[in-house]
Design a protein around this ligand. Structure first.
Ligand code: PRT
Ligand code: MG
Length: 214
């Protein structure tokens, strides 16, 4: 019964390694130094696949992977269908915020009841947030470099992930509202959980113990 784990390169991969180690799983090769997409581990029946962060929930939903680690942002945008979400791993933490060009009067724009032009990759999160505030928005979907949208006049505001705030600062943008805190979640394919219960339970329980120790 083989197990496939979906991860994304970068911070999620790095921060998941210690959790995998706690489950007795070590990846044989450094993925950051390789063009391969499938990595064997020290356990013959466990492998890691590397996919785009936003594709992790998709792979797990459709059984391309049995489990994976996904940011709550990606998970909300995906919708979570077919996914069991047993653990908040408390890794890759950041927040989703609204940011505008320095000097743009966000409060006034929001109160006037005019339509706010919002550019974001996180359209589900942004739509829900502004709907709750009763603010009408024109949404522009982007796939990266959101910071550019207000600077080019394409949008009044962006909804993006913020960690240190350095990226916003470097682009003369200011964070005006925090929408939600983000961390990464363990996601498990619901059918896999039934068919491969013992090995998946072992991984879930090991992760849970490792988190509880910090
Ligand atoms: O591959 P794809 O484009 O689909 O996804 P991605 O580029 O978002 O993937 P990746 O690997 O960059 O991020 C994976 C997950 O890490 C995200 O889904 C979040 O849950 C989480 N995470 C935590 C972050 C950050 N912190 C973060 N700071 N993801 C992105 N950032 C960006 C931020 O948007 C900013 O542009 O990093 C930049 C630096 O942030 P500052 O505020 O520290 O300057
Ligand atoms: Mg990125």
């Amino acid at each position: 019964m083989s197990i496939t784990i979906a991860l994304s390169k970068g911070r999620i991969y790095e921060e998941t390694l210690p959790l995998l180690a706690a489950a007795g799983i070590t990846v044989a090769e450094d993925p950051e130094k390789s063009r391969k997409l499938i990595f064997p581990t020290n356990q013959p029946d466990v492998r890691v696949v590397l996919v785009r962060a936003s594709d992790v929930p998709v792979y797990v939903q459709y059984g391309g992977a049995d489990l994976g680690v996904s940011g709550l942002d990606s998970l909300i945008e995906h919708g979570g269908q077919g996914l069991y979400q047993p653990l908040d791993l408390q890794i890759a933490k950041c927040r989703v915020s609204v940011a505008v060009r320095a000097g743009f009067d966000y409060e006034a724009a929001v109160q006037q009841g005019a339509r706010l032009k919002v550019a974001t990759k996180y359209t589900t999160i942004a739509r829900e947030f502004f709907a709750q505030k009763g603010v009408h928005v024109d949404m522009v979907k982007l796939y990266g470099s959101m910071e550019l949208a207000p600077l080019t006049g394409m949008a009044d505001a962006i909804v993006d992930l913020v960690s240190t705030g350095n990226t916003l600062k470097a682009n003369d943008l200011v964070e005006v509202e925090r929408i939600m805190d983000i961390s990464s979640r363990l996601v498990v394919n619901q059918a896999s959980l039934k068919l491969k219960q013992a090995p998946l339970r072992h991984i879930i329980d090991s992760f849970a113990r490792a988190i509880a120790q910090d």
